[in-house]
Design a binder for this molecule. Structure first.
Ligand SMILES: C[S@@+](CC[C@H](N)C(=O)[O-])C[C@H]1O[C@@H](n2cnc3c(N)ncnc32)[C@H](O)[C@@H]1O
Length: 227
């Protein structure tokens, strides 16, 4: 049985794993169960990994999986808020998956060594993907690739980013859809439909509670991104 069959690496984590460079040193921030670094280590794809989490409970799960797959020489656990306890020389590819976009922004903003061309960021926000895209473009990060995937009943975006110091304008359409705006895949279409559905729900909620100017504001955004 292959490692992927043994480890519950769903479409979302598999998509993140696919963006990790071969023979890199990886940090998985908010690792929880550490499926991602354990899977990559067991496949021999990475040199080393730090599986970080801010809570001890998840790190206990991580340790169990590391031992179960015999990758303790490659993957170590670190109790860390973001990358605060991680040294720059042990993290060239950095995955932040399954966390809110605002938290990802906070972690990147206070980790100065991520603002460096040698680092690759693989980001999978659960919420506020638009806030994250805006932050990346305003702060000199390029989104080199972005893909959507469906896992269970939900649809996710995964962004592969690198710092080049060039600040880019971020259109409204880019804020909401990123590089998925012109992607013809079924998963990207589903992602765009999900974003529009969320926006419609928000507009209807605002209308029902009498917040008409706000409803109009978001209505205009809807028109702009679907034009
Ligand atoms: C929903 S899990 C995601 C697990 C895994 N990355 C995935 O995508 O399946 C989120 C994890 O992030 C951790 N976390 C939350 N805030 C964090 C922070 N500031 N620094 C590091 N880890 C954090 C939580 O403790 C939790 O284990």
């Amino acid at each position: 049985m292959s490692i992927k069959q043994q480890l519950p690496l769903d479409n979302r984590l598999s998509l993140c794993a696919g963006f990790v460079r071969e023979n890199t040193r990886l940090a998985d921030v908010g690792t929880d169960h550490a499926y991602l670094p354990v899977g990559l280590a067991a496949e021999g794809k990475i040199l080393s990994a730090v599986a970080c989490d801010v809570r001890t409970g998840p790190l206990e799960n991580a340790k169990t999986n590391i031992l179960r797959f015999g990758v303790e020489d490659i993957v170590k656990t670190v109790l860390s808020d973001g990358l605060d306890e991680v040294s720059p020389d042990e993290a060239f590819d950095i995955v932040m998956a399954g966390m809110g976009g605002e938290l990802i922004v906070k972690i990147i903003s206070r980790t100065q060594w991520l603002y460096d061309k040698s680092r690759r960021l693989i980001l999978q926000p659960m919420t506020r993907a638009g806030t994250l895209r805006l932050f990346l473009y305003e702060n000199g990060f390029s989104i080199k690739e972005e893909k959507a995937c469906v896992s269970g009943r939900k649809c996710y975006s995964v962004m592969m980013c690198e710092y080049d110091g060039i600040k880019r304008p971020c259109s409204r359409k880019f804020e909401y859809f990123g590089l998925l705006s012109d992607d013809g895949s079924d998963d990207a279409k589903r992602y765009r439909a999900m974003i529009i559905q969320k926006l419609d729900r928000k507009i209807n909620g605002l209308k029902k509670s009498g917040r008409i100017p706000e409803a109009e504001f978001y209505g205009n955004i809807r028109d702009e991104i679907t034009a």
